[in-house]
Design a protein around this ligand. Structure first.
Ligand SMILES: C[S@@+](CC[C@H](N)C(=O)[O-])C[C@H]1O[C@@H](n2cnc3c(N)ncnc32)[C@H](O)[C@@H]1O
Length: 204
């Protein structure tokens, strides 16, 4: 079977599934798949979702945390509101220091998990896109370090490339376990991968 055809079918599969199951994006399945495998979000958890528009991950996270948890979505673009009272959203830039304060003000308590699917506009120039993606991931990590409680978890999108290793090493300083995750729902030809940091370390 030609590879391009298999890819196309897979893309359609998650796209159609998201439509049928009323998720705002096919990305929701990337989160479900990773959580099913690594259990980094649990029932009742407080979750911060960075780069959350249009809200597929927010919906997936809300389903996992249930009615007793809380999900805060943050994006530079406005996110259409959700009907559930334990799902809130803010329009903010995750590279701005002020955003950290805003997040802390909105949370009922410090977060159990910070997740980030934030992505820059893709230029098509690989080095630029990789560098911008790592920069967003660095900002997401900074937010995670200030908003997570112990032993919280952090899940972040990165692009493969030469800046990745330094970022993985940085994650290892802050989390007891660091894994590289490539969900099936993520297109195989995309250079997107996810890093999972589990169990935020206490500072020495
Ligand atoms: C791939 S989309 C996220 C999809 C989302 N996880 C979902 O399931 O619907 C990436 C998002 O990152 C957001 N983004 C990019 N740069 C940002 C920044 N500096 N601050 C906040 N959000 C940002 C974009 O606006 C975009 O909505």
């Amino acid at each position: 079977m030609p590879k391009a055809w298999i890819q196309e079918r897979k893309r359609d599969y998650y796209y159609k599934k998201a439509k049928e199951e009323k998720y705002r994006s096919r990305a929701a399945y990337k989160l479900f798949e990773a959580v099913q495998k690594y259990h980094f979000i649990k029932h009742g958890n407080v979750v911060v979702d960075l780069g959350a528009a249009p809200g597929g991950w927010i919906q997936a996270a809300r389903k996992i945390v249930g009615g007793k948890g809380f999900v805060l979505g943050v994006d530079i673009k406005p996110i259409e509101p959700f009907p559930q009272s334990n799902v809130r959203t803010i329009t903010a830039d995750i590279t701005e220091q002020e955003t950290i304060k805003q997040i802390l003000q909105m949370l009922p308590r410090k977060a159990d998990a910070v997740i980030s699917d934030a992505s820059p506009n893709i230029s098509g120039i690989w080095e630029i896109d990789h560098a911008r993606q790592i920069d967003l991931a660095q900002h997401a990590l900074k937010i995670a370090l200030e908003t997570l409680r112990f032993p919280g978890n952090f899940y972040v999108k990165v692009f493969q490339g030469d800046l990745l290793n330094d970022f993985v090493q940085k994650m290892k300083k802050h989390f007891e376990i660091v894994r590289i995750v490539k969900p099936k729902a993520s297109r195989a030809k995309s250079s997107e991968i996810f890093l999972l940091g589990m169990r935020l370390r206490m500072e020495d």
